[in-house]
Design a protein around this ligand. Structure first.
Ligand SMILES: NCCC[C@H](NC(=O)CCC(=O)O)C(=O)O
Length: 446
C-alpha cells in the first residue's frame, strides 16, 4: 500500500480584505484598513498549489466560505432585503460587517484537526473542524467547514467526521495549526503532538498576559479522545506563554514538523526538555531530528516578521525534504543566511523554495497556514472527491474562474456593496460545480 501526505490549500475567497480582526496577530493589526487585492491573493495561492503539484506532491483544494455571511448578520438582528441588511450593518456596526465578510477560511491549517488511519483505534481517518472560538469572525467557519470536508471525504468506510467542540473559550480549538504529527513513514503509526496555549480549568497554570491563548489543553485532549488515539502515541505540550505575548498566536508560527523532523525555535515551548524526552520515548528507535533555531541566529520577533516556522516541510519523491518558505524569509538577512546554512547540515532538509504569498502574509498567514495536511493511503485517496485534487487542467480552470469573478481591489468600505454579495455568490455557485461539492453554502440550502 502506498501513502501520501496531501496538502489541501484554502482557495482565497472573493471578499479577501484587511480588517484588523485578529488581536494578538501582529500582521493583521498592522495592516488594518489597507486595500487588498482578492484576485492577486487567490492567484498567489493557486501558484503555490501548482508549484507543489509540479514538485510531484499530491495537492488538494478547499473551497472558501460564503461571505458576506448574511445568515449571521440576520441572526444579529439586521433585517430587510440583503442590500438593507448590508447598509444597516455598515452604518450601525461596521466591525460586525467586517467580521461577517472575512475571507479567513483561506487559512485551512485552522480548518480542522485530522488524524490519519494509522493512528486511530478504528483504522479510519478522523476529522474534527476547529471551533475557532477566540475570534468572532473565525467562529463563523466550523459548520460550513464540516460540510465541505464531508463533501470531499464522504465514504464512511474510510472517513469519520466529528462535530466541532463546544463553542466556548474553555474548548478553544484552532485545528491543525497547533497539531503536528511525527512519523517514520506517512503510513506508519505516528506520534501526534498537540500544542496548547493555556489550561482552561486550572487558573494556577502558566498563561500569556498580553495576548490570548487560543488553544486550550482541554480542547486538545478532547480531540485526542474523539479520534481514538492511543495514549502511547500522543504528547500534549504547552507553548511558551512569552512567545504568545510576542505575537505567536498559533504554534505553527514557531515550529513545524514533517515525518522525523521537528523544526522549532529555542523559545517555542514551555517545557522543552521533558516534552522532547516523552516524544523520543514514544517515537521509538527510529532516527528523529530535533532542529532547534537558536535565538542568537533568529530572534522571536524576526521569526514572527518573516514566518520562518510557517514554512511547509515536504518530502519530495526523491526522499529528501524541501522547505517551502515565504519570500519574506528571503528578504531577511538573518533568516536567509540561516536557511542557506540549514540545507548544508546533516538533516533531511536539503533545499529551500521561496514563494510569494504576500496578500496572505499581510493578514498573518504564511505557506503553512494556507494548507491542511491529510495523510492518506492509496485506497483512501481513491475514495476522496477527485474534483478537489489539483492537476494542470483544474489549475487553469480555477485561474480562469478567479479572473472572471474576483475584484483586483477591495477596501473595507466596499464590503457593504450589494454587488459584492452577488458576485461572491455567483462565484461560489460555479465553484461548487467545478469541485463537485454539491450544495454546501447557506445560500444554496435556503
Ligand atoms: N493561521 C493564520 C491565521 C491568520 C488569521 N488572520 C485573520 O483572521 C486576519 C483577518 C483580518 O484581520 O482581516 C487569524 O488570525 O486567525
Amino acid at each position: 500500500m502506498k501513502h501520501f501526505e496531501v496538502n489541501f490549500d484554502g482557495l482565497v475567497g472573493p471578499t479577501h480584505n484587511y480588517a484588523g480582526l485578529s488581536f494578538g496577530n501582529v500582521a493583521s493589526l498592522s495592516n488594518a484598513k489597507a486595500a487588498s487585492n482578492p484576485r492577486q491573493a487567490a492567484k498567489q495561492g493557486l501558484k503555490k498549489m501548482k508549484a507543489l503539484h509540479d514538485l510531484g506532491l499530491k495537492q488538494g483544494v478547499l473551497a472558501p466560505q460564503e461571505r458576506p455571511d448574511m445568515a449571521t448578520l440576520r441572526r444579529l438582528g439586521f433585517t430587510g432585503t440583503d442590500a438593507q441588511v448590508l447598509a444597516k450593518a455598515a452604518k450601525d456596526a461596521p466591525h460586525l460587517l467586517a467580521a461577517c465578510c472575512s475571507a479567513s477560511s483561506m487559512w485551512t491549517a485552522n480548518a480542522a484537526t485530522i488524524s490519519p488511519s494509522a493512528d486511530t483505534h478504528d483504522g479510519r481517518v478522523h476529522f474534527t473542524p476547529a471551533n475557532l472560538t477566540n475570534k468572532f469572525h473565525r467562529s463563523l467557519e466550523p459548520a460550513v467547514t464540516g460540510r465541505i470536508l464531508k463533501a470531499i471525504f464522504s465514504d464512511e468506510r474510510y472517513f469519520k467526521h466529528h462535530k466541532h467542540l463546544p463553542d466556548n473559550d474553555h474548548f478553544g480549538d484552532e485545528g491543525a495549526a497547533n497539531h503536528t504529527r511525527l512519523c517514520s513513514q506517512y503510513g506508519h503509526a505516528g506520534v501526534e503532538l498537540f500544542v496548547y496555549g493555556r489550561e482552561a480549568f486550572n487558573s494556577q497554570a502558566p498563561a500569556p498576559r498580553r495576548y490570548p491563548a487560543r488553544q486550550t489543553l482541554e480542547a486538545s485532549q478532547a480531540i485526542a479522545r474523539l479520534h481514538g488515539l492511543d495514549e502511547s502515541n500522543v504528547v500534549f505540550m504547552q507553548q511558551n506563554p512569552e512567545v504568545i505575548d510576542a505575537g505567536v498566536f498559533h504554534n505553527d508560527v514557531i515550529s513545524v514538523g514533517n515525518q522525523n523532523v521537528l523544526f522549532y525555535h529555542q523559545d517555542a515551548f514551555a517545557n522543552t526538555a521533558a516534552d522532547f524526552a516523552e516524544i523520543q520515548r514514544k517515537f521509538g528507535e527510529h532516527p528523529l531530528h530535533f532542529i532547534e533555531v537558536p535565538r542568537q541566529s533568529v530572534s522571536v520577533s524576526e521569526a514572527v516578521k518573516t514566518y520562518l516556522f510557517n514554512t511547509q516541510i515536504v518530502t519530495l519523491p526523491s526522499g529528501h525534504m524541501a522547505i517551502i518558505a515565504p519570500t519574506e524569509c528571503e528578504e531577511s538577512d538573518a533568516v536567509s543566511r540561516y536557511l542557506a546554512e540549514l540545507v548544508e547540515k546533516d538533516t533531511p532538509i536539503k533545499e529551500v523554495r521561496y514563494m510569494d504569498v504576500k496578500e496572505s502574509m499581510k493578514n498573518g498567514g504564511g505557506p503553512a497556514c494556507l494548507r491542511l495536511r491529510v495523510a492518506l493511503n492509496d485506497q483512501e485517496l481513491a475514495a476522496a472527491n477527485p474534483h478537489c485534487l489539483l492537476d494542470d487542467a483544474l489549475f487553469t480552470r480555477l485561474n480562469g474562474w478567479v479572473d472572471k469573478h474576483y475584484r483586483d481591489q477591495l477596501h473595507v468600505a466596499d464590503l457593504a456593496d450589494p454587488a459584492l454579495l452577488t458576485e461572491s455568490r455567483q462565484a461560489l455557485d460555479e465553484l461548487t460545480q467545478i469541485l463537485a461539492l454539491g450544495s454546501v453554502y447557506p445560500f444554496q440550502l435556503a
